[in-house]
Design a binder for this molecule. Sequence first.
Ligand code: ZN
Length: 237
Amino acid sequence: MFYASRLLQKHGVQAVFTNREGGATTDFSLLDEDKLAHNIQLLCNQTHISTPHQVIQVHKAEVLHCSGVGYVHKQEADVLLATERGVALAVRTADCVPILLADKQAGVIAAVHAGWKGTVAQVALKAVQAMCMRGANVEKIVASLGPCIGSCCFAVHADVAQKLDDACQQRVNFYRDGLCFADLALANQGQLLGVGVRPENIETLFHCTACHADPSYYSYRRDKGDTGRQLSMIMLA
Ligand SMILES: [Zn+2]
């Protein structure tokens, strides 16, 4: 049903990543807002996290500062940020990388939706910069990267691979059987390290959404677009 980030938990922050185990209540797609609200309520009851803020995710790098009771904003953004206790943030993904970030001491958290386009737009780096503008200390920021498509399954065109390399200033692709595969998690780790997040403060759940079996996940690529969404949620209690 869900995995609680051990690293964020150790730092006193509540953060969960859902998977597909458990049937229809595990789908957090925005297509059916009533079903989404129902499934979020169930998850919030289980995790003791407040109803989260959500946005219209568009594979860019805009930041929305959220406060008060959570709801689905009609605004487009790919980073949600909060500076108040009890305010929850969530992103929906099915192959893209969900990244949950917190500086507990400064009381600043963020939730990031990073697909390949967002990664090229340096969405993780911009999330950290936005947190620091609100008082976070980059050396105190803890990051957890949730389930996303792995380099085992993410075949890309060479120009996409090149853009990803450029966006994180390291090589994050390799060739296998004449095809180019990219590592989105590695690209985002690189971006976080590049902006000054400490390596020991980064946790990555190496579950490929397209091929991991236990638990299984929704995968946009594997299911050719016809799939549900995982939810990744964070709150400072
Ligand atoms: Zn895979």
